[in-house]
Design a protein around this ligand. Sequence first.
Ligand code: FMN
Length: 374
Amino acid sequence: MLDFLFKPGKIGTVLLENRIIRSATWSSRASEDGRVTDDLIKFYEHLAKGGVGLIITGYIAVDPSGAATPRMMCLFDDSYNQGQRRLVKAVHEHGSVKIAAQIAHTGSQVLKPGVEMIGPSPFRDPLSKKMAREMSLAEIESVIRSFIEAGLRAYDIGYDMLQLHCAHGYLLSDFLSPEMNKRTDDFGGNLVNRIRIIKKIIISLRDELNKDFPIMVKLNTHEYLNNGLTFEEGKIIAKELDALGVDAIEPSVGRVYLKFSKNKSYPTVKFDSKSEENYFLSHVRELKPLMNNAKMILMGGVRDPLQADQFIKQGITDFISMSRPLICEPDLPKRWKEGNLDPPICNNCNACLFNGMKKKVSCVIRNDKKLEKN
Ligand SMILES: Cc1cc2nc3c(=O)[nH]c(=O)nc-3n(C[C@H](O)[C@H](O)[C@H](O)COP(=O)(O)O)c2cc1C
C-alpha cells in the first residue's frame, strides 16, 4: 500500500532504504561541553532501530562562538572525534540506516550564558531583547573556516552526509535575511552578497571533500517578517544552491522567536487539526520543479503515511522528514511498514522542546503511563 514511501531513494551517491528522514533534532543529551554521552547514543540507537532511512543529527556547533544552546553537540576540533565516531558506529550497527551531521552556528540566538550574540549586523533580538554585535570580516572568514573544518571532520568520522543549517534565525540564515543583514561590504546588501557566506562554505567543502560525500541544506526560504526574506528570494537561493551541486534541500521558514507570535511562521508549528498538516507543502510544490539536481525533502507536520506516499508518487517531493513524531515514537516508520498506519501519537504540543531547555528533550505524552504500556 505504501509503494513509494518505502521505496529506496538516493541523495547524491548514497542510497537510503526508504524515503523517511528524521529531521535534525537537538536532543539536549550531549555533555555540557558538547561531547557525545551514553544517553545520547541510546537516543540515536532507538531511532536507528525504528526504521528511518536517514537520521539527521541535532545541530552540531562548528565553533565556540556558535554553541549557544544547552547540551548541543560540538565539533570544534579533533578532540570531539572519538565520541562522534562512537555515535556513528552505534547507528550503523542497525541495518542500513544512514546518518548525516547537521553543522551549525547559533549566531544571535543565545540560550546559554557566556556566549556573545553575533550576527551580520547589529540588531535587537526580539526574544532576548538584546543586541547582536556585528561580525568583522576576519570573524566571518574564521567562521567559514570552522564550517569547512567541521565538515571535513564529519567525513573523517564516518558520517554518510552533511547538512548545513541555513534556517531558523541561526547565523547562516541571518546572513540571508535583508532584515538582519544590513552590511555594506561583500557579505551584505543584495542577494548575491547575502548568499556569499553559504556559497563560500559549499564551494570549499566541494573542493576539499571527497566528491561523493553528499551535502544537503536546511534552508530558510521565507521569513515572514515585514522586511525579511521573501519566498521569491527563497526560490532564487534554492536555485543557486542546486546549481552549486547541493544534493538535497529541506525547505524551512522563520525564526525561533516567531513561535511566540500568532502566525505560523516557525518550523515547529503547534497544530491540532488534520487540515494543518504538511504546512510547508505549498513551498515544496513550487520549489521542486526548479531543481535540476537537488532532491527535495518535505518537512513540517508530515503525519499521514498514505498522503506522504502520494506526495512522492506524484513527484511533489522526493523524501519526507519528521522530528516531533519520532521523539514520541522512534519506531514509527517500522510500525507503518508493518501495516499499522495509525497517525503518530505525537500531538504537536512542543513540550519536548521546552523539556530540552530544563533537562532533556522527551515526550510528555509518551511518559504517560497508559500510553507507555501500548
Ligand atoms: C526538540 C526539537 C529540537 C529541534 N532541533 C533542531 C535542530 O537541531 N536543527 C534543526 O534544523 N531543526 C530542529 N528542530 C526542528 C525540526 O527539525 C523540524 O524542522 C520541525 O520540528 C518540524 O517538523 P515536525 O512537524 O515533524 O516536528 C527541532 C525541533 C524540535 C521539536
